[in-house]
Design a protein around this ligand. Structure first.
Ligand code: BES
Ligand code: MN
Ligand code: ZN
Length: 515
């Protein structure tokens, strides 16, 4: 990954390919943001005017490149838009900094080293710029060297996805000897590395990432970071009675897995459980998706990838909380052995489910994992899933929906997401939608009314939560996979949605600020 340092050196003397400065939208044109004073002086205080002449406005994500002033070792200045300038006496908010740093890092793909001279009011801002730069410098190149590295997952040297990501970032004005700054930057580095790991998993093609290979990657990385990793294979799942996971995996040549990752801290007093939907490919099964709806369905394990990344990040950050991650892994395929619409599954909880549509598979694997998580009686359960197209229709491609059995918990998650720069919105679980899932044959059907499909799915999951446990469900079907162009620190493809929210929840729980 991109290397990161804090620097106190003078901008002019730094050897780098570029110096990144911030430019904001002021009332009368672009204004140069704090942090770039020395650069501006070297242009005789005319940087804002030059930028305006070049057409820059300071709008979010805008990138303007210009030759560096004389006397600077770095040849180029990159001015990145921060959006509206803050009110007098206010600072730039963390998300503006994160996005600007991400846009700059993307614009610098191919460069070796860049110095970031963005406005840092405190240690948290340094963390935000670091995070934005490291997330923006992501690229998925494992399959770009004529297939040679496909098996190892290692990046290729030559035939990349365009240019190589920016290799080195130095943050100017970052107080390297200040504990808070150091901690913020170290947190950003660990978090970004794990989040980028989640993106890699989502981007991996489904012929290489199946339930067994995902489980073995989790085993390797989990052990490396001191986690306890338990994997239930198809035999163990059969013995344990995990009818939901087995039912979804029944049509695939690649059998399902349930992975449990445990991070424990000796001083922890709280226990969080994270549960992720891990459909390594969703063809729809016998209720096959039509062409045009399955090209991106390798992303259907993004919930499990987020949970995996968040548990490893919690371990790397040494958070004082116990976190258990559950990855419900299966491939949803049609075949002679596949579950049929009309079949009844005996779920791990003991309930029976009539499968009316095999494409509503996520709730089936999650139901078993949610019940398994409930058996340990954690203080709270949060599941993450690319669960419904309906949630995408409701909220668009950048916002995840939050449903919960506890209003205060739902609000806390919404606020945590907001804090880390993830867009989310609270959604209801209307009781009247439950009867749409009544089945004449089984305890419940896996489909209900079409209207409010995302909420119906949430109501289904609620049935598999142990008595008295706070639970929330994040439907990340929209933001998990970016089908449009890259923006800010978000690349095309896998985005790592929900990782930062989960890690923030673990941090808040560790600090005693949640529940
Ligand atoms: N994995 C899909 C949901 C999805 C759709 C995720 C688009 C990302 C982008 C899920 O398994 C699914 O197929 N849901 C169905 C449910 C329906 C059959 C009740 C849907 O949303 O159409
Ligand atoms: Mn489906
Ligand atoms: Zn699915």
């Amino acid at each position: 990954m991109t290397a990161l340092t804090l620097s106190t050196a003078a901008a002019a003397g730094l050897r780098a390919d570029a110096i990144v400065v911030g430019v904001a939208k002021g009332a009368e044109g672009p204004v140069v943001a704090p942090g770039a004073e020395a650069v501006d002086q070297a242009y005789d205080g005319r940087l804002a005017a030059v930028l305006e002449t070049l057409g820059a406005s300071g709008a979010e994500g805008e990138v303007t490149k210009l030759p560096a002033p004389s006397g600077f070792k770095a040849p180029v200045v990159v001015a990145v838009g921060l959006g509206a300038a803050p009110e007098k006496d206010e600072d730039y908010d963390a998300e503006s900094l994160r996005r600007a740093a991400g846009s700059a890092a993307r614009a610098l793909a191919g460069a070796k080293k860049a110095v970031f001279a963005l406005p840092l009011a405190d240690a948290a801002d340094a963390g935000a710029v670091a995070e934005g730069a490291l997330l923006g410098a992501y690229s998925f190149d494992a399959y770009k060297d004529n297939g040679k590295s496909a098996k190892t997952g290692k990046g290729a040297k030559n035939a990349r996805n365009g240019k190589a990501p920016l290799a080195e970032v130095a943050l100017l004005g970052g107080k390297p000897r200040d504990k808070a700054y150091k901690a913020a930057v170290e947190r950003a580095a660990a978090l970004a590395e794990e989040l980028n790991r989640a993106r890699d998993l989502v981007n991996m093609p489904p012929n290489d990432l199946n339930p067994a290979s995902f489980a073995s990657l989790a085993q390797t990385a989990g052990k490396e970071h001191g986690l306890k990793v338990q994997v239930l294979d198809e035999k163990a799942l059969t013995k344990g009675g995990y009818g939901g996971i087995l039912g979804v995996g029944a049509g695939s040549e690649a059998p399902p897995r349930l992975v449990k990752l445990s991070y424990t801290h000796s001083k922890a007093s709280k226990h969080l459980a994270f549960v992720g939907k891990g459909i390594t490919y969703d063809s729809g099964g016998i209720s096959l998706k039509p062409a045009g709806h399955n090209e991106t369905m390798k992303c259907d394990m993004a919930g499990a990838a987020a949970v995996f990344a968040a548990v490893v990040a919690a371990a790397r950050l040494g958070l004082e909380v116990n976190v258990t991650g559950w990855l419900a892994l299966a491939e949803n395929m049609p075949s002679g052995s596949a579950t049929r619409p009309g079949d009844v599954l005996h779920m791990y909880s003991g309930k029976t489910v009539e499968v009316l549509n095999t494409d509503a598979e996520g709730r089936l694997v999650l139901a078993d994992a949610l019940w398994a998580a409930s058996e340990e009686e954690p203080d709270a359960i949060v599941d993450v899933a690319t669960l419904t197209g309906a949630m995408m229709l409701a909220l668009g491609a950048r916002t995840f929906g939050i449903m919960a059995n506890d209003d205060a918990f739902r609000t806390a998650i919404h606020e945590a997401a907001d804090e880390v720069g993830e867009e989310s919105w609270p959604m209801p679980l209307p009781e009247h939608l439950r009867k749409g899932m009544d089945s004449p044959t089984a305890d419940i059907a896996n489909m209900g009314e079409r209207m409010g499909g995302g909420l119906v799915a949430g109501l289904f999951l609620r049935e598999f939560i142990g008595e008295g446990i706070a639970w929330a469900h994040l439907d990340i079907a929209g933001p998990a996979y970016n089908e449009q162009g890259a923006f800010g620190y978000t690349p095309k493809g896998g985005t790592g949605s929900a990782v930062r929210t989960l890690v923030r929840l673990a941090e808040l729980t560790a600090a005693g600020d949640l529940g």
